[in-house]
Unconditional design. Structure first.
Length: 295
């Protein structure tokens, strides 16, 4: 059964009296070589035959990517929200004993518990998914903030989101999520997938992005939450100078902000979008230390 074949997809859904659900972002892949490329990207650069790779997939749909992942991984756990797809997955994954489908909303799952239960005995963990576009950012943030020991996260996202995730500091696409992501890992755009490779075809093209997670953050800060608050404030009012944008931070005076910007060796008129993670880290540490010492 070729799961990228349009007539196969329609008949599998039809047999279960279901169809594509827009509310769950269901755009299924119809190009075999794209599916193979995504699955191959989830593998480590230097595969080790001794390694037991556990892959978490989010949104298996009818199992097209799941089948390919099952062929390369020791274990695949696929979390699918749509209950009507379960009988289909039972059929399409019948020959994949190393796959376990979990019927749940990825945003409601207890991720650390799931990972501990599902991937016992695995020596390397990765995430691989064609993500539902309506919750791409929340899913990515949940995965990153979980600090679970995934070595990589390989995901298909909207092309514009891919550009944002991988944007260099100072570029138009660079945003708060780009800077926050740099704290957790390094994102790279792997390849573009045009809208015609899905059914139903989405309105925009997509791209596969891979985030290689850092073993430890590239910058040391006194308090991560403060770093993220500074980044969020800096981009919250993107057109303003950093000096003005940071006034939205609670309890921080203009004087403290000016001192922190000067201490980081930056111009008083610099905008937040010009700063890399290291500079944000310096500002976060000094703006709050100035604040604390003056209290
Ligand atoms: N993997 C399939 C493919 O590549 O053809 C389907 C990908 S489709 C873009 C997204 C999938 O995510 C759908 O199967 C959808 O039902 C599922 N999904 C949507 N929201 C979800 C959530 N909150 N938790 C888990 N799965 C979800």
């Amino acid at each position: 059964m070729k799961l990228t074949d349009l007539s196969v997809i329609r008949s599998l859904l039809g047999e279960e009296g279901t169809s594509f659900k827009k509310k769950y972002g269901q755009n299924f892949l119809t190009n075999e070589s794209v599916v193979e490329r995504i699955a191959a990207s989830a593998l480590p650069d230097v595969p080790d035959p001794e390694e037991r790779l556990g892959i978490l997939e989010i949104g298996p749909g009818i199992g097209v990517l799941t089948q390919k992942l099952a062929a390369v991984a020791h274990k695949v756990t696929a979390v699918e929200i749509d209950t009507t797809l379960l009988p289909i997955l039972e059929k399409t994954l019948a020959d994949c004993p190393n796959v376990h489908v979990v019927n749940n909303d990825i945003m409601k799952v207890d991720l650390p518990a799931l990972v501990a239960e599902e991937f016992e005995g695995c020596t390397r963990l990765a995430v691989c998914a064609n993500l539902p576009y309506y919750i791409t950012t929340p899913i990515l943030m949940t995965l990153l903030e979980s600090k679970l020991p995934f070595s990589s996260i390989t995901v298909m996202v909207q092309k514009e989101v891919a550009e944002r995730l991988c944007a260099p500091a100072g570029s138009d696409a660079y945003g708060a999520i780009t800077a926050v992501l740099c704290y957790y890992g390094e994102a790279k755009r792997l390849f573009t997938v045009s809208a015609g490779n899905f059914v139903p075809a989405p309105k925009v093209d997509s791209a596969v992005v891979q985030i290689k997670l850092h073993q430890s953050p590239p910058v040391e800060v006194a308090d991560e939450e403060r770093l993220f608050a500074v980044i969020k404030a800096a981009f919250g009012q993107r057109r303003k100078t950093l000096q003005n944008a940071l006034t939205s931070l609670p309890g921080v005076s203009r004087q403290q902000i000016a001192a922190a910007i000067a201490e980081a060796g930056l111009s008083p008129t610099v905008r937040g979008e010009a700063l890399g993670l290291e500079q944000f880290a310096k500002i976060a540490d000094s703006v709050f230390s100035v604040q604390e010492s003056t209290q």
